[in-house]
Design a protein around this ligand. Structure first.
Ligand code: ARG
Length: 462
């Protein structure tokens, strides 16, 4: 390592090179090099803006732009050689540009700082990463919807407190997650506000001293506007926090879906069969097919929530403008994106290939789950619901004590509870009749679920 190649960009006022331990701690290159394309994109835009402002000549700008294209080519061909002094992606690109085009490269950093540069690069990076993730979340939502379409009439127990509550349809259960995921996709795609405004021109903190037309510059990078306060622009991390919190909430939904599906696919429930390709075996117990994909969805949720709370904690109490603490935004952000990018395809595959066992789901229903229907029957006979609830409860008690299901309990037993019970009560003691009645907009009735599917599909086509 030559003395020079390990010199940093800021070596000017330093007598000694940086200590090795400082470099190890301070360098962000190992994790920020993945932003090379965005760093080059924002540098090209800056070089052109400098020329438009007549700070540099068009010829100088052209030299920079074509040099930057060469650097990008090296990254893409994986032939880019890092040097010992490359502290982060910004210094690496500039160092290489200098090697390629000479001293004129030194004019690129006129009027800008790594502070507004990194803020720009990360926004560009996250904007495209978030787009890719949004489409994967939508694919998962679509996979759940496709499963739902095949199970509009499939009965299963609906649970509260993990105790069987009322009959529902499998489609209704699946679609509950489609709704959550579409909301998540919308939150992640949300690129108004902070993410989509340009920090360029904020320079170190006080704003660039050159006559750069920042709105035009922002537009060349497809930003919707310019962050209006340079102090804010170099330190505002709201776009990171918003993404991390949208991701944390998405993970909470995935984790809950995972938990349901782990239970429903367990031998005890047997409602769902997971495709072999999405389960793992045990090295000692030959009978096992373990739902690792789902367990990892549930397990990785802790890590993503940790990234959100960790980074919020980093931000809390930071004094104004750029502080090196802000470099800590990248690893949690990158890990969140990478975690989702690995998890979502496996979950999509699992959902697409899972199958239901309608007989087992039906067998898991028991008639006490129709107690509300019995109470509603009495409401139809003019009994106030608070009263009918108690009368239906007595019928349930009698059914449990005698071991005779509600639909087989003799009419005399019902008459002993209330004279409002008539022979027609038996028609309500039917699972299909129960779900068919729940046909208001959000209900589990097949007709309501069909309408729900139509609505979701038009939402997804938009
Ligand atoms: N690697 C730094 C980061 O990610 C770039 C900004 C450095 N700015 C500075 N003033 N040291 O935050």
């Amino acid at each position: 390592m030559s003395e020079n190649s390990s010199r940093t960009l800021w070596a000017g006022r330093y007598e000694h090179g940086a200590a090795e331990s400082l470099r190890k701690l301070n360098d962000s290159l190992p994790f920020d090099k993945r932003m090379y394309a965005e760093d080059i994109e924002s540098s090209v835009a800056w070089a052109q803006a400098l020329a438009r402002a007549k700070v540099i000549t068009d010829a100088e700008s052209d030299q920079m732009v074509s040099g930057l294209a060469t650097v990008k080519g090296e990254f893409e061909a994986e032939t880019f050689d890092y040097a010992a002094g490359d502290e982060d992606i910004h210094t690496a690109v500039e160092r290489r540009l200098t090697e390629l085009i000479g001293a004129v490269a030194g004019k690129l950093h006129t009027g800008r700082s790594r502070n507004d540069q990194v803020a720009t690069d990360l926004r560009l990076w996250l904007r495209s990463a978030a787009r890719a993730l949004t489409s994967e979340v939508e694919q998962l939502a679509a996979a759940l919807l496709a499963q739902a379409e095949g199970h509009i009439e499939t009965l299963m127990p609906g649970y509260t407190h993990l105790r069987a509550a009322q009959p529902i349809t499998a489609a209704h259960w699946l679609l509950s997650y489609t709704h959550m995921l579409l909301d998540d996709a919308a939150r992640i795609a949300h690129n108004e506000g902070n993410l989509n405004r340009s920090p360029l021109g904020a320079a170190a903190l006080a704003g660039t001293a050159y006559p750069i037309y920042l709105e035009a510059l922002a537009a060349t990078l497809d930003f919707g506007g310019v962050l209006q306060n340079s102090l804010d622009a170099v330190s505002n991390q709201d776009f990171v926090v918003e993404f991390l919190s949208a991701a944390a909430l998405l993970m909470v939904h995935l984790s809950r879906f995972a938990e349901d599906t782990i239970l429903y696919s367990s031998p005890q429930f047997g409602f769902i069969d997971l495709d072999e390709r999405y389960t793992t075996g045990s090295s000692i117990m030959p009978q096992k097919q373990n739902p690792d994909v789902l367990e990892l969805a549930r397990g990785k949720t802790g890590r993503i929530i940790g990234h959100l709370t960790g980074f919020l904690t980093t931000l809390k109490g930071l004094p104004s403008t750029y502080n090196k603490d802000l470099q800590e935004n990248k690893e949690p952000l990158f890990d969140t994106v990478d975690t989702l990018a690995t998890l979502l395809p496996a979950l999509i595959g699992l959902v697409e290939t899972m199958t239901f066992n309608p007989e087992k789901m039906l067998a898991a229903l028991d008639e006490t789950m129709l107690a509300t229907d019995l109470a509603d029957y009495l409401v139809g006979k003019g009994v106030p619901f608070r009263e009918s609830h108690g009368l239906a409860a007595r019928a349930v008690r009698r059914s449990i004590d005698s071991g005779i299901p509600l639909s087989k309990l003799p009419i005399d037993d019902y008459h002993a509870i209330s004279d409002k019970f008539g022979d027609d009560l038996y028609t309500v003691l039917d699972y299909r009749a129960s779900i068919a009645k729940r046909k208001a907009t959000s209900g589990t009735a097949p007709d309501a679920v069909r309408a729900q599917i139509r609505h979701l599909k038009s939402q997804m086509d938009r």
